[in-house]
Ligand binder design. Structure first.
Ligand SMILES: Nc1ncnc2c1ncn2[C@@H]1O[C@H](COP(=O)(O)OP(=O)(O)OP(=O)(O)O)[C@@H](O)[C@H]1O
Ligand SMILES: [Mg+2]
Length: 337
């Protein structure tokens, strides 16, 4: 049995919301009951079924990452005119989801596109990286998802527009679990602002819970940042299993738009081999742009800035500009297919 644990403030906020909504919420919820038909852990190979790499003569090539086919969305979402809603997801922590959401967003803005970022992670790192403190924010994506306030009320104008997170968001999974239409909360909230933006980029937490599922349901595509090391590749099977369930039940059009190799250190054989495996298994889905390892990406958020704002002419900024072009071209190629 797994239980959702809440910080005290978030727990009381979730309870208050449930009481306001006249709902019966037990603050210790078995996560397996959140969505019976949508168990993210289903059909994931057991760890012992995965070959032990050290024993293999060609360790990297025995990787099990290709056992689930990645599906690319084949058609634009009906009724959606132009706006691309991209979720940045990987249940592994620290793979550069937030860094990619922010810097790609700023790169799109530099190109003249209208961009909204949505911070759907209770850690609030995206919010922080734009110089805002999630601990002191009064209303946030929690209120949008659970209390149904307009998303425009929580959008801050920074380098790009940003729908902010607060610490309360930690209670959103629990509060949402009690609501009808819990997986569609974000999709509904975005209707208000969708036409005002060309790109809506959603930063998700390092899990495949209800917040990430909300992002998948609202999204036209998913970009998966993957750290260039072998262990980072294994979670892709589970991610695609969850996406497959979302496609089956909630959003038939969502799929992986691309995989971004991050924290790439070309000097190490390990990083080069990790990228080779990605390309062998996922082919064209792997973006050509490699986001190299550099301390610039850690320095910029401390200044409340993207890397493109902090070091506009550096190679770290250029990498995300290149990635932005690739995302655009990939999209066009698919639209004309
Ligand atoms: N290319 C890179 N080179 C070096 N450091 C990086 C790179 N990209 C991101 N980082 C740093 O690695 C850390 C993790 O990055 P980030 O927060 O973007 O990952 P994340 O996937 O969003 O993490 P979480 O799962 O906790 O949300 C941060 O300190 C960030 O500054
Ligand atoms: Mg993050």
């Amino acid at each position: 049995m797994g239980f959702v644990r809440l910080l005290p403030r978030s727990a009381s906020r979730a309870r208050n919301t449930a009481v306001e909504s006249d709902l019966d919420v037990d603050l210790e919820v078995d996560v397996s009951e959140i969505e019976p038909g949508l168990d993210p852990a289903a059909e994931v190979p057991a760890l012992e079924d995965i070959p032990v790499l050290e024993d293999s003569p060609e360790p990297f090539r025995s990787a099990p990452v290709a056992s689930v086919p990645i599906v690319v969305p084949q058609a634009p979402v009906p009724g959606v005119t132009g706006t691309r809603v991209i979720a940045f997801a990987n249940q592994k922590g620290g793979v550069a989801k937030t860094t990619t959401t922010l810097n790609l967003g700023v790169a799109f803005k530099e190109m003249g596109y209208r961009v909204l970022l949505v911070d759907l992670d209770p850690q609030g790192n995206l919010t922080m990286s734009q110089g805002l403190n999630p601990d002191t924010i009064e209303i946030s994506m929690f209120d949008v998802l659970v209390r149904k306030i307009p998303i425009s009320d929580v959008i801050e104008r920074r380098e790009v527009d940003l729908a902010v997170a607060s610490i309360d968001l930690a209670g959103a999974e629990l509060a949402l679990a009690a609501l009808i239409g819990r997986e569609r909360s974000l999709e509904k909230a975005l209707v208000e602002v969708r036409d005002r933006y060309d790109f809506i980029l959603i930063d998700t937490p390092p899990s495949l819970g209800l917040l990430t599922i909300n992002a998948f349901v609202a999204a036209t595509g998913v970009i998966v940042p993957v750290q260039c090391e072998y262990l980072a590749l294994r979670g892709l099977v589970q991610l695609e299993n969850t996406l497959a369930m979302v496609r089956e039940n909630l959003n038939p059009h969502v799929g992986v738009e691309g995989i971004v190799p991050t924290m790439y250190d070309s000097r190490t054989l390990h990083a080069r081999e990790a990228v080779e495996i990605l390309e062998e298994n996922f082919g064209e889905l792997v973006f050509k742009t490699r986001i190299r390892k550099t301390v610039r990406y850690a320095e910029a958020p401390v200044k409340g800035s993207s890397v493109l704002g902090y070091d506009p002419t550096g190679t770290a900024s250029e990498a995300y500009r290149e990635l932005a072009k690739e995302v655009l071209h990939g999209t066009e190629a698919r639209e004309h297919a």
